[in-house]
Design a protein around this ligand. Sequence first.
Ligand SMILES: Cc1cc2nc3c(=O)[nH]c(=O)nc-3n(C[C@H](O)[C@H](O)[C@H](O)COP(=O)(O)OP(=O)(O)OC[C@H]3O[C@@H](n4cnc5c(N)ncnc54)[C@H](O)[C@@H]3O)c2cc1C
Length: 413
Amino acid sequence: MPDTANEKTLNSLSLSVDQTLVERPSISFDNLENTFGSRSLAEIRRAYLLFKTLGNPLVVKLGSTLAGFALNSGLPIKGLIRKTIFSQFCGGEDIADCNQTVSRLAQSGIGSILDYSVEGKGSEAEFEASCREIIATVQRAAGDSHIPFSVFKVTGLARFELLEKLSDGEALSADEDREFHRIRERVNRICEAAFKARVRIFIDAEESWIQPAIDSLATEMMEQYNRTDFVVYNTIQLYRHDRLTYFKDSANEAAQKGYLLGVKLVRGAYMEKERSRAEKQDKPSPIQPDKSASDRDYNQALRFALDHIDRIAICAGTHNEHSSLLLADLMTERGIDPGDKRIYFSQLLGMSDHISFNLAKAGYNVAKYVPYGPVEAVLPYLIRRAQENTSIAGQTGRELSLLTAEMKRRNRL
Ligand SMILES: Cc1cc2nc3c(=O)[nH]c(=O)nc-3n(C[C@H](O)[C@H](O)[C@H](O)COP(=O)(O)OP(=O)(O)OC[C@H]3O[C@@H](n4cnc5c(N)ncnc54)[C@H](O)[C@@H]3O)c2cc1C
């Protein structure tokens, strides 16, 4: 019922979309030349060794525990981390350090999204420093077409417990109220800087129990800065069973209030944590019952966005080949040019280059997250990447088979 109401309001506001069927540019995710052309043989071998190591869950488990301990105890392993996992998944230790990665990706028509990946900070001074750093990424992106977006996490600017309290709708003390105003002011400072610099900015999605506070800040910012152009993008996690409806409701609200909706569509990164918390609290899990339900809603979200593309801009943040091809097909069906700036594809640095490089080659807009920060500080991010890549059956298997094929191809050359 609410869906039908949404469709009506949006359809009455949407302009008609050209339905001419043109042929989709040819895309082959198996094209090794495009995928690895910009990499040296040494880099390919290093990536192969790294993914092979990550494919061993025991090594990852031990490594994750020991790395933090060794760094904290001053053992000299920083160099080793920097040369291996850090150089695969991060652009550098600061913004200037990332220039090389930005240029390398730009040569293949791929944009960079500088992602200050320092986590677990908790003091007001640290939140202020993060805010200034994120504004610096916006300023670095200003006027540089190779850096089409900036990004931030609200937990980099705010105390987790306060976001949780806000999300629960609990009353705040006078001190907490002042704290919340400072958070809002930081988020506003970043979004205002993005608006002035004409840089689009993503607000990442996080755990479901703090997401209402994040959604509310993101909505407020979109209402303020997305009046004539897409500046602020919220993130929708389709591994949650309530989020397709939330996406449609957000689109309806934006249409009614006269602002444009920017969304990054992802499946979601906190599945295990979400499920175990729900189980511990004896509450229903917010996560879909199975992977195919997440896939179904993700693909539905792509369709819904393209049906309302006059008022919605999207970034498909995914390593899923099927969803990426589906989006390209939907664009063709609707006569939308591959270079249309309302539609972006995005992957993380060091992962799924076969998707990024082949889509870019075919003329689609692609940008990769380029995480950066001091080695010690980005360790939690690196550990997540390592843990996510332990399954040979999934992502790692695909990376390894492509890297193996590329090494064989080079031997034949
Ligand atoms: C550019 C970019 C930005 C991102 N930003 C965010 C962000 O802001 N917030 C965030 O949370 N994540 C973010 N992610 C991570 C993302 O949510 C996914 O964890 C990751 O991309 C894997 O999903 P996939 O679509 O790439 O591919 P796939 O490999 O097809 O899907 C894996 C995903 O499917 C879902 N899934 C797996 N098994 C099940 C199951 N049994 N039941 C239900 N669902 C299941 C999970 O979400 C899992 O991560 C981002 C990813 C990218 C590439």
